[in-house]
Design a protein around this ligand. Structure first.
Ligand code: PA5
Length: 466
């Protein structure tokens, strides 16, 4: 589909898993015209200025602004703390895990090439206090990127207030101002008002781009750029994907295939969608996907307003680790899942298992000698796919030629587009999250926000422990 990524779905077909649990070419032929119409509709919406996430890879002005902000801040910053949650954090985490070493924060400054990164996407007091303990000795060399599109989210607001108070008390108002960069709605919202009042530097969450579709904007790119990730390459990879996800022919459009295959399996009772990367670097892409798929597709009402209660349940697993945790269930439990492996063809580094010269290698271990860990990991993936298909469990694979910024950028756009297409197949609005708002409102009420007294009374009447 691009030089960086490819999609395989042979193991989802009846030839691999049998007629009862696999798709036939005729199934794809049957749904292809509807998918072509949906892809055309999305392209029309895009031309009309909607689906702005599709245009982010081409937004040179946005990239220039992010790079300029990175250039201004990178030199004096030893720690970067991202305060955000959901779509305002998961992309940052996924980019960092994919494209910097797992030991990044432990490396000495000259080998990191950027600040340590802490993405605080929770309000767990023990965790937050521990992070503050760690950064406090270097507070004067710590930057805070507060990310909130709405500017209202309680978790991010609380973290912001704590960080600002700490900065102001320790460094004074001016230095506190310099330490904070806010990524928020360019025009409205509470954070925007605070930015205007306090004079904080800010970057926009582009208009019309929801949190979970925002990783390729300043939301995801600022922290990535600060940590030395090649932003132009990430966007370049997404651009390389852009043409193929606009193709009308189902078999030529990888996003359409992902959406249609999962939709058809959903209709056949396979409503659990497992994403299983076979690379530690890709594990948080599966977390990012989980939010995208769940929050976009899990809806009570269809586009016509009727109750539909649809939505697949995305599940994250990690190969080979979860072979020893989940695969028993996946093979022998209910046949209600579709598996997507993320596979890496060429690992950035590999580790050789010593050759069998030593006489102290027992015969039963010698098969490993001289092989590499990368080969072992990929053999485990192939073996798991074989085992699952032998048990009539349909599987897809996304193959990464290597874990590069280009491939990761392409992956983000591919799954965002697949989500848009799946949304229309399910007949729902993939871009709102009314149920999340209900939880946010409930939190406001229980924390005593003015205007939410009625809701607080309702919650207490239900005797919800607080
Ligand atoms: O995808 C979404 O829209 C949500 O996950 C939001 O990103 C999340 O709720 C945080 O919202 P905000 O960025 O407004 O603080």
């Amino acid at each position: 589909m691009t030089p960086h990524l490819s999609l395989e779905y042979r193991s989802a077909l009846a030839d691999a898993v049998g007629d009862e649990h696999g798709l036939n070419p005729a199934d794809l032929d049957l749904i292809a015209p509807r998918v072509a119409e949906i892809v055309a509709q999305i392209e029309r919406e895009r031309a009309a200025g909607k689906r702005r996430y599709r245009d982010l890879p081409f937004d040179e002005a946005m990239l220039r602004d992010v790079v300029a902000a990175v250039t201004r801040r990178r030199g004096g910053c030893a720690n970067l703390v991202v305060l955000g949650i959901g779509g305002s954090a998961l992309g940052n985490i996924a980019l960092q895990t994919a494209l910097n070493p797992a030991t990044y924060n432990l490396l000495p400054a000259d080998r990191r090439g950027g600040p340590r990164l802490f993405v605080m996407d929770n309000v767990d007091p023990v965790q937050f206090a521990a992070a503050l303990d760690f950064i406090e000795p270097e507070l004067d060399r710590t930057c805070f990127n507060v990310i909130s599109k709405s500017g209202e989210t309680a978790e991010t607001a609380a973290q912001f207030l704590i960080a600002r108070d700490l900065l102001q008390h320790r460094l004074g108002r001016d230095r506190a101002r310099e330490a904070i960069l806010v990524t928020t709605d360019p025009k409205s919202g509470t954070m925007r008002e605070i930015v205007n009042a306090e004079g904080y530097e800010s970057l926009p969450v582009p208009d019309g781009v929801g949190g979970r579709f925002s990783v390729l904007s300043a939301v995801g790119l600022f922290s990535a750029g600060m940590c030395g990730i090649d932003l132009a390459a990430v966007l370049g990879g997404a651009r390389a994907m852009s043409e193929s996800i606009a193709r009308p022919a189902l078999r030529d459009n990888p996003a359409a295939l992902i959406a249609a295959i999962h939709y058809m399996f959903y209709q056949r009772g396979k409503r659990l969608h497992v994403m299983m990367p076979y690379a530690a670097a890709l594990k948080d892409l599966a977390d990012w996907y989980r939010q995208l798929w769940a929050e976009s597709l899990g809806k009570r009402r269809g586009l016509d307003g009727r109750e539909v209660f649809v939505g697949p349940t995305p599940i994250k697993a990690l190969g080979a680790t979860d072979q020893h945790s989940q695969v028993q269930l996946y093979r022998e439990g209910p046949n209600d899942k579709v598996f997507t492996f993320l596979v890496v063809d060429r690992f950035e580094r590999d580790v050789l298992i010593p050759p069998a010269a030593a006489a102290d290698v027992p015969e039963v271990m010698r098969y490993l000698c001289g092989a590499s860990l990368g080969r072992l990991l990929n053999a485990e993936q192939a073996a798991t796919e074989y085992a699952l298909t032998a048990s009539q469990r349909p599987c897809l694979s996304i193959r990464f030629e290597a874990v590069t910024p280009e491939a990761v950028g392409a992956f983000f756009l591919l799954y965002e587009a697949a989500t848009s297409i799946a949304g229309l197949l399910f007949g729902i609005n993939a871009y709102d999250q009314p149920a999340v708002q209900a939880g946010k409102d409930g939190t406001f009420a229980l924390m005593g926000r003015t205007g939410y007294e009625g809701l607080a009374a309702q919650i207490h009447a239900k005797k919800v422990p607080t």
